[in-house]
Design a protein around this ligand. Structure first.
Ligand SMILES: [Zn+2]
Length: 412
């Protein structure tokens, strides 16, 4: 499956015309933040094919076409490490795969419009995520670069009233086998649901045991992949960290020992605070039970407080929206919560660029404006280092892999 995808990608890069890809093109920004802590004024980024050739303040070689975006601030294409591109109107889908796939195309477009050029998609039915990833990589449809998990692993008890899926797992041997199956089916990552909690349910009771988590994590790592473990509550997060999870998703109320262990191991925390804001605003549309707003807002408060403690302790944090359905386009609102949790705007931007790239093992390729990196660039109105809202609401232009995929600048 992987080999097939690679062939498709190679073929597409030869067959699909890419705007501006034939000869080097320079893009000029008023200021450029490169993701690594440097700010250049009057910067030129020279792009050739799908990669960045050079970055600097000297004018490019005579004859190089220049795209003038000097009224904007430039930054690397953003990374959202927790999406559900093929979740339809309710968490978990609830519609035919064909419907969710069509909605996924819309989600992909809105994600690019938010300046997000790469996502890690965190659970899908019918391997729709693998299909969407490969369609995007082939150039057949436009969307962000995707890292996918196939079926997330979940225990039988959490599927009451629903048929088993290929991700249904009980026991360490099964956890190992199903992790391997997802990777064989084309997954880039493994996802494990280590606690209850999703949508209006904020219960956060641990599901998988430490032994089951450890079996899945070891099997994943042996195949050179990484594993994300979902836990709304503290005990699932504690065992996920000890079992070797590369990232822990959502967790509230983590104890000091778990936070210290995350710092020691370099485990990433993906807080996903903003998705409960989305659920609180849309609970009526999802027919949530009475009192949902209070329950979700209480979870948000604890999620924010846990993030604040993690920031203070020095835990590595990556931006994940946990976007479903109509939340796409709001992918980067999470950055506002990170500033509330005590980050500077620049620290917040790193969670969606260089730090997210490190989580994805894409350091130097993604989340950075540097020679050799993918030509993923965003132009925003307003200085994002002064106010992160410039990124949340001010995206005007987006390039992904050397192709302009969003252009809301006035006619030049
Ligand atoms: Zn999720």
């Amino acid at each position: 499956m992987r080999r097939f995808a690679t062939v498709l990608t190679l073929f597409a890069s030869l067959a699909v015309p890419r705007p501006g890809a034939a000869a080097p093109t320079a893009i000029r920004f008023g200021t450029l933040w490169d993701g690594k802590g440097h700010v250049l004024r009057n910067a030129f980024v020279v792009v050739e094919g799908d990669r960045i050739q050079s970055v600097g303040t000297d004018a490019p070689a005579a004859g190089t076409p220049i795209l003038d975006l000097s009224r904007y601030h430039g930054l690397p294409g953003l990374i959202d490490v927790h999406t559900h591109m093929t979740y339809g109107p309710a968490p978990g889908g609830g519609r035919a795969p064909a419907v969710n796939m069509v909605l996924g195309l819309e989600a992909a477009r809105k994600t690019l419009e938010a300046g997000v050029t790469t996502v890690r998609d965190m659970n899908a039915a019918e391997y729709m995520d693998v299909a969407l990833r490969d369609l995007i990589a082939s150039g057949a449809v436009v969307g962000p670069r995707m890292f996918v998990v196939g079926y997330g692993l979940h225990i039988t008890r959490t599927r009451t009233g629903l048929p088993p899926t290929p991700g249904t797992v009980d026991g360490a041997d099964a956890a190992m086998r199903v992790a391997r199956e997802q990777i064989a089916a084309g997954a880039d990552w493994v996802k494990m649901f280590g606690s209850t909690g999703s949508g209006q349910d904020v219960s956060g009771q641990q599901t998988f045991t430490y032994e089951e988590m450890k079996a899945a994590a070891d099997a994943t790592h042996e195949l050179g992949k990484r594993i994300a473990i979902h836990s709304y509550g503290p005990s699932g997060a504690r065992d996920a960290v000890r079992a070797g999870a590369d990232s822990v998703e959502h967790a509230t109320d983590m104890d000091d020992a778990t936070i210290a262990e995350m710092v020691r191991r370099g485990t990433f925390y993906v807080p996903t605070i903003d998705h409960n804001r989305y659920y609180a605003e849309n609970g009526d549309r999802f027919a949530y039970a009475a009192g949902y707003r209070e329950r979700l807002e209480d979870f948000i408060r604890r999620n924010l407080e846990t993030t604040r403690r993690a920031v203070r302790a020095g835990v590595r944090i990556a931006m994940g929206s946990d976007a479903i359905f109509t939340m796409f386009g709001e992918n980067t609102r999470e950055l506002g919560w990170f500033v509330k949790a005590g980050m500077t705007p620049e620290q917040a931007l790193r969670t969606a660029t260089t730090d997210a790239a490190a989580l994805l093992a894409q350091d130097g390729s993604l989340g950075v404006v540097a020679p050799g990196a993918y030509a993923d660039l965003v132009a925003v109105e307003g200085d994002p280092l002064a106010d992160v809202d410039a990124v949340i609401h001010g995206v005007r232009w987006v390039m992904k892999g050397g192709a302009v995929v969003v252009d809301r600048t006035p006619p030049r």
